[in-house]
Design a protein around this ligand. Structure first.
Ligand SMILES: [Zn+2]
Length: 754
């Protein structure tokens, strides 16, 4: 079978290993495939390497996509550009410059020449980059042309409550008709595109607007600064903020109606480099049907949750990072419990949805002294049956919540932990007595949201399943991947569902927790008791065609042994369950700091060693500690505990470790110790990780040092940015000990090979 871009083969034959080429060709038998995209997807070559090869061989210039002028979209029809995947860049009276990944696409050239009546000059770029920029170019067009052309979109936006009536003279500009219209249109477009947030951010030379759809941010347009700044003011007016104050962060809210559907907006501003950044959270009452049925759980998962909710007393926790859908799950749970005669009270910050009927919702107001703990205390005096505590943030709240759950109340709450077993130790860290937790806890639900593939356009997965997780997928199984169509606003995904890890208490677990067992021991017992990991829950959805392998990898952590391709190797002798992410850093940190008197042989300090034995076990025997001995690593992170644990782990691996707490110290250390490799957190006080990376890459003596960047989960934009700045790899926090060692190893061996 020929590749879609067969013409590339002679050019790349010299750089791509023969076996790799054959493997891709074999995989391409069934469906037409692009060699270029396969090479990049399989990380055999980067886009830039392919571009360099073509450009050299055919003496074609490379396109600079940042030079794209938005006005070109008026001359080049969207259909033509998309069909041929060409990106128009600049147009003059006589010529059109366009980027293409296939300079031999005569049809494309002819169509462009025909459509524009200009001579076409083709420049090179990668197929993926072209697709991305096309999205921006023409999505922007839809919105802006609606605005400028005065086309009636049918959407009618009304502001229901003007929270502040008089805003003074400086509001003039922001009240001009076109600006009001622009804001209305943007909100209507955001809501109909199913966005959960709209980010409006001044950048150099303009203001960008991005939507978060199904958890992922995408740029939709750039507004000229002259319109963008009044646009921000208009939003501030709508949401009752002080528009004269641009230096302090503000919060506000507004309620609008779009085609008569009520939509609540929660708006916040933040002073940023080029002006105020605004984030609008869209709380669309209509799009949120709160019930356990709509969470997308498998029947047995739902049954487990329902069994937990049937308890009349005790505490049930939902855990996960911000944006993992905890609140929706809790609200759905309350809806299930909600019936005549049950007295339900919630304490929240903020109250996100009005639940109505028989549910009293209390809004925390810290300034007025109404904190989670004070509110909880006074509410308990009224003896409710069920209490929802929005979040357990401190020891005091934890104490009262657990106490309440031991005295005849069912308490539901959330914690910020990575998985179910860790929430137990988090409560211990907050000062709770272990035996009380053991007695009070009924269950923990850890959860994440995964994007659902758009059924109108999903396609069979073309490439193979990536090596680290291949063994988890049945070979004969049909898997799908996203494509993108108008139905899903070209994202390939539509909607999300929850994946869960449900820890249900058993007498054995209660005993273990009461004795102050480590996270690993709790996890093992929980798994014996039937707990499935988040990865397993997500894996099942992928196998059933609900989502893609990429999405699974984006949302969950790869099980440890998978990363090393030893699917059969179970570290069973150590009592660690195969799919459970044991080496999560906080786990080890907590284990080390666990109270004395832990009765079992898996005692805390030993755990650290265990993590290493596991690591070595998974690696091929030849690749021991030897090749890392003496390699110096600079760890840059302001979290002391995490840095210390990383240091411990790496030193055991034979590395020589240097540390820095902030950006300035990091650059100092680089000059002083000349490390072989740097692990750099992005979020640093003062000079941040981006700045450090930029500095390193701009200096000849440091530009070659490999850097692994630590980012926060869900921040895809960061990842792109750090690669652009020259990072060699990144790790998303929180991560496992094994992941860090493996990445260090991979980056270093790549360097050695290069
Ligand atoms: Zn679609």
């Amino acid at each position: 079978m020929q590749f879609l871009d067969e013409w590339l083969v002679p050019t790349l034959e010299t750089v791509v290993p023969k076996e790799a080429m054959t493997a891709i060709r074999e995989a391409a038998e069934a469906t037409p495939t692009s060699l270029w995209e396969q090479l990049v997807q399989r990380r055999i070559l980067t886009d830039d390497q392919v571009l360099a090869a073509i450009s050299t061989r055919f003496r074609l210039p490379l396109a600079d996509l940042t030079m794209m002028e938005m006005k070109v979209r008026e001359s080049v029809p969207e259909g033509v550009a998309r069909k041929h995947n060409v990106l128009p860049l600049r147009i003059t009276d006589s010529t059109l410059d366009a980027a293409t990944a296939n300079p031999f696409d005569i049809d494309a050239e002819k169509m462009l020449a025909f459509a524009t009546g200009r001579e076409v000059r083709l420049l090179l770029s990668s197929p993926t980059r072209i697709r991305e920029r096309l999205e921006e170019l023409y999505r922007g067009e839809n919105l802006v042309s609606k605005l400028l052309g005065g086309l009636d979109t049918g959407a009618d936006v009304q502001q229901i409550e003007d929270t502040q009536e008089d805003v003074g003279a400086s509001a003039d500009e922001a009240s001009q008709k076109p600006i009001v219209r622009l804001v209305d249109m943007m909100l209507a477009d955001g809501v109909t595109s199913r966005a959960s947030d709209i980010h409006i951010e001044p950048i150099e030379g303009g203001v960008t607007v991005r939507y978060r759809i199904d958890g992922v941010l995408r740029q939709v347009m750039t507004v000229p600064r002259a319109a963008g700044i009044p646009l921000i003011s208009r939003i501030k007016i709508m949401s009752g903020m002080d528009i004269a104050d641009r230096l302090r962060p503000q919060d506000g809210r507004a309620r609008i109606a779009i085609n008569n559907d009520k939509v609540d907006l929660r708006v916040s501003t933040l002073p940023a480099t080029y002006g105020e950044k605004v984030v609008i959270r869209i709380l669309n009452q209509k799009s949120t049907i709160l019930s356990l049925q709509t969470l997308g759980l498998f029947p047995e998962e739902r049954a487990q949750v329902e069994r937990l909710l049937a308890f009349k007393e005790g505490i049930i926790l939902v855990t996960g990072p911000t944006g993992s859908g905890k609140t929706t799950t809790l609200y759905s749970a309350l809806r299930m419990i909600q019936s005549e005669g049950v007295n339900i009270v919630t304490i929240e910050d903020p109250v996100e949805f009005r639940l109505g009927k028989h549910i009293v919702q209390v809004q925390i107001n810290e300034k007025a002294g109404l904190t989670f703990s004070t509110a909880l205390r006074s509410i308990l005096r009224q003896d409710p049956d069920v209490v929802l505590v929005g979040e357990i943030r401190d020891g005091e709240t934890a104490q009262i919540a657990v106490q309440a759950s031991l005295t005849g109340h069912l308490v539901l709450s959330t914690l910020h932990t990575n998985d179910a077993p860790n929430s137990v130790t988090r409560l211990v860290d907050m000062g709770m007595q272990a035996y009380k937790i053991g007695a009070a806890l009924r269950g923990v639900v850890a959860q994440r949201l995964m994007r659902r593939l758009c059924l109108s356009c999903r396609v069979l997965q073309k490439g193979p399943v990536p090596e680290p997780v291949r063994s988890y997928f049945p070979a004969e199984r049909t898997l799908y991947e996203p494509k993108g169509c108008p139905d899903c606003t070209m994202t390939g995904y539509k909607g999300r569902f929850s994946i869960v890890e449900i820890l249900t208490m058993s007498p054995e677990l209660e005993r273990l927790i009461g004795q102050g067992a480590t996270v690993d021991m709790i996890a093992t017992a929980a798994r014996h008791n039937g707990m499935k990991s988040l990865f397993e829950s997500g894996l099942r959805h992928v196998i059933e065609g609900d989502s893609s392998v990429d999405e699974l990898l984006r949302v969950t952590d790869i099980p440890m042994e998978g990363r090393f391709g030893a699917s059969g190797a179970r570290p069973g002798a150590l009592g660690i369950p195969s799919l459970y992410p044991t080496g999560v850093f906080p786990t080890i940190a907590q284990a080390t700091a666990a109270p004395a008197g832990t009765p079992t042989p898996g005692a805390p300090p030993v755990d650290l060693t265990t993590a290493f034995e596991l690591l070595d076990e998974g690696l091929p025997p030849a690749a021991g500690v030897e090749h890392t001995r003496g390699v110096s690593v600079l760890l840059v992170d302001d979290e002391d505990q995490l840095r210390r644990v990383m240091k411990d782990l790496l030193e055991r691996d034979g590395y020589v470790v240097h540390e820095a707490r902030d950006g300035i110290q990091a650059l100092d250390q680089v000059d002083r110790v000349a490390p072989d490799i740097i692990v750099l957190d992005l979020n640093l006080p003062g000079l941040d990780g981006y700045a450090v990376l930029a500095q390193l890459r701009s200096r000849p003596t440091t530009q070659g040092i490999p850097v692994i960047v630590l980012t926060a989960k869900g921040d895809e934009d960061n990842e792109v940015r750090v690669f652009e700045l020259g990072a060699d790899d990144f790790l998303t926090k929180p991560f496992r000990a094994r992941a860090l060692s493996a990445r260090l190893d991979a980056v270093l061996s790549r360097r050695r090979a290069g």
